[in-house]
Design a protein around this ligand. Sequence first.
Ligand code: ATP
Ligand code: DP6
Length: 347
Amino acid sequence: MAAPEGQWVLMATGRSPTNIAVIKYWGKRDEALILPVNDSISVTLDPGHLSATTTVAVSPSFPSDRMWLNGKEISLSGGRFQSCLREIRKRACEFEDEKKGIKIKKEDWEKLHVHIASYNNFPTAAGLASSAAGFACLVFTLGKLMNVKEDYGELSSIARQGSGSACRSLYGGFVKWCMGKKDDGSDSLAVQLADETHWNDLVIIIAVVSSKQKETSSTSGMRDTVETSPLLQYRAQTVVPSRVLKMEEAIKNQDFESFAKLTCADSNQFHAVCLDTSPPIFYMNDTSHRIISLVEKWNQSEGTPQVAYTFDAGPNAVLIARNRKTAAVLLQKLLYYFPPQDKDLSR
Ligand SMILES: Nc1ncnc2c1ncn2[C@@H]1O[C@H](COP(=O)(O)OP(=O)(O)OP(=O)(O)O)[C@@H](O)[C@H]1O
Ligand SMILES: C[C@@](O)(CCOP(=O)(O)OP(=O)(O)O)CC(=O)O
């Protein structure tokens, strides 16, 4: 290293959006490597809306790795953070900035420590996939800092070890997480099905029913489901494989009717396996159920789907409208049936 010991700081910043699964990931076949029991498909949101922004810094003057999430220091000792840091460090390459007098050899990265600061511009751990945006961003930004040359597929398999759904946030547009077959997880990674320009008409509206942290985390919820739900076997082995093929076709052909039916059915089956878990897991609440009824009745009365709904591990509704005109009508309906309360307006 050319600069005097401890005199320099090198930084990189990245931003990653969250993604919303339209065919859900729920259940692991390997807890440590985070390998799923089925493929899943998601749509990545616009980074301008729900995203994580992460800055990573490295300096010889840092005595240890540290991280701040939304301004509060959090521990990096957990296995998931450690896996991401280890896997990225393994792939780090030589870096040189002659002007600043910085030269980092490949082997130096193992000894250098990082400081990480990340902000989510939406509620953390509220079932809005903060872990997806967060770990995708962490891996991407560390890769940028450490001059990692791997492609996005390889980075996605590292992000997967932070949080399964994170592997899908490395790409924009429609993304498939291929479950893979190998025991070491090397073939469990994300591929882009279509980029963000492919189906421009769609509009996504997130109705935040509650921004409170959920009671059952996705990680522990899906562990209980794997251990106790007989329905999960049927879902993973029989239902999802054919649904994934149909969903790929629907996306390719921009076939909203098929897309909406598959999305709603898959969300409902995911919540059915949660209910089939012992003890049962309830992520949706009465408001979520009322939103489902509203959409189902509207779609029925139009004769063809106008809006698709999907709910992750929480009560918040993700509503996908076929176009802007439908999205405007949807907003009107939501405001009519769920008028804002005084406390919402004063926020
Ligand atoms: N910006 C971030 N950078 C790094 N890690 C993050 C970030 N945001 C969240 N996380 C990690 O993700 C955890 C929250 O994940 P959790 O799965 O509980 O909630 P969620 O992702 O919001 O919900 P879900 O995955 O069920 O939709 C945090 O405790 C933290 O470890
Ligand atoms: C319901 C889901 O959002 C579950 C996401 O689970 P996580 O990816 O948060 O779980 P871990 O891999 O244990 O971190 C469905 C999905 O995004 O596919």
